[in-house]
Design a protein around this ligand. Structure first.
Ligand code: CP
Ligand code: NVA
Length: 307
């Protein structure tokens, strides 16, 4: 594994390896002795074209706890593709640091970076996917249901966006049944599902228009914002289209007793999820956010520490 740009490129064994390393590092940290400085002397450059709380803190803290260093760069200083070409920015960074992590609008920028360097490139979210989030989400499911998640069912309600796609991909890799309910016009691209099926022919994928149908028999129900970063101008139209897709107590009456609720955050309380659910007994959203630290350590340790 050289980069972490999309989990579609990973085998099931590789996904499991990153998860195992993440869990090992989390256990090690829980002893209070901290982690070994496996990234001592290494630096990760982190480039942000969009805002972030969890991703920035989890990667920067992960580097620090593994003995390395992180440099955070905002797009107002770098001007990726504007002040300087993506390829040139990458070539410059590659001569000074040991890894590049980027949060970008166009996914192609990450691919262009990877094409122009031998050092690891990590996707910290693009308009297309959010693989590091999906790894933390799976850790949260493992915490609840055990290490083997095959045969479990994950229901995603809302926008067929970057987060939904990464969840579909990782579900396919791990034998998790994936059910999705989106309004018409906001589905995941069928071409993306076909790509996943080409890699993982046994993938159990079901799409519904009614959220209730997706929630039935699901072990976990997941949602994300209806207005992703960069879609602010579509807000009014989207809020109307997504009416009826809120995760609330009424919807969860159709869930199983043990069904948990996940959200990658930031959450728009009262819009895609109610306070009652966010703060209720089914919610695992904060442990999920905390798992970002451990999942990101797993990615960095494997790509930069050769673990
Ligand atoms: N879930 C997530 O990626 O959060 P941030 O946008 O705050 O990094
Ligand atoms: N789909 C959201 C995820 C935020 C972590 C976005 O892209 O803004």
């Amino acid at each position: 594994m050289k980069h972490c740009i999309s989990l579609i490129d990973y085998t099931t064994e590789q996904v499991n390896h990153v998860l195992d390393v993440a869990i090992k590092l989390r256990n090690e940290r829980a002893t209070g002795k901290g982690n070994d400085p496996i990234l001592k002397g290494q630096t990760l450059a982190m480039l942000f074209e969009k805002p972030s709380l969890r991703t920035r803190v989890s990667f920067e803290q992960a580097m620090y706890e593994l003995g390395g260093n992180a440099i955070v760069l905002s797009n107002s200083e770098v001007g990726l593709g504007k002040r300087e070409s993506v390829a040139d920015v990458t070539r410059v960074l590659a001569g000074m640091v040991d890894g590049i992590a980027a949060r970008v609008f166009e996914h192609e920028k990450l691919i262009e970076m990877a094409d122009n360097t031998d050092i690891p490139v990590v996707n910290m979210l693009s308009d297309y996917s959010h693989p590091c989030q999906a790894l933390a989400d799976i850790m949260t499911l493992i915490d609840e249901f055990g290490r083997d998640l095959s045969g479990r069912t994950l229901a995603y309600i809302g926008d067929g966006n970057n987060v939904a796609l990464s969840l579909a991909i990782i579900s396919a890799k791990l034998g998790i049944n994936f059910k999705i309910s989106t309004p018409v016009g906001y589905e995941l691209d069928q071409s993306e599902i076909d790509k996943i099926l080409a890699h993982n022919p046994n993938f159990s994928y079901q799409a519904f228009n009614k959220p209730v149908q997706a929630v039935q028999n699901a072990d976990a129900v997941y949602t994300d914002t209806w207005v992703s970063m960069g879609q602010e101008e579509e807000k009014a139209k989207r809020l109307e289209a997504f009416h009826g897709y809120q995760i609330n107590d009424m919807l969860l009456e159709h869930a199983l007793d043990h069904t948990i609720v996940l959200h990658c955050l930031p959450a728009y309380r009262g819009i895609e999820i109610t306070d009652e659910v966010m703060d209720g007994p089914r919610s695992r959203v904060f442990p999920e956010a905390h798992n970002r630290l451990h999942a990101q350590k797993g990615v960095l340790a494997v790509l930069m520490g050769n673990l």
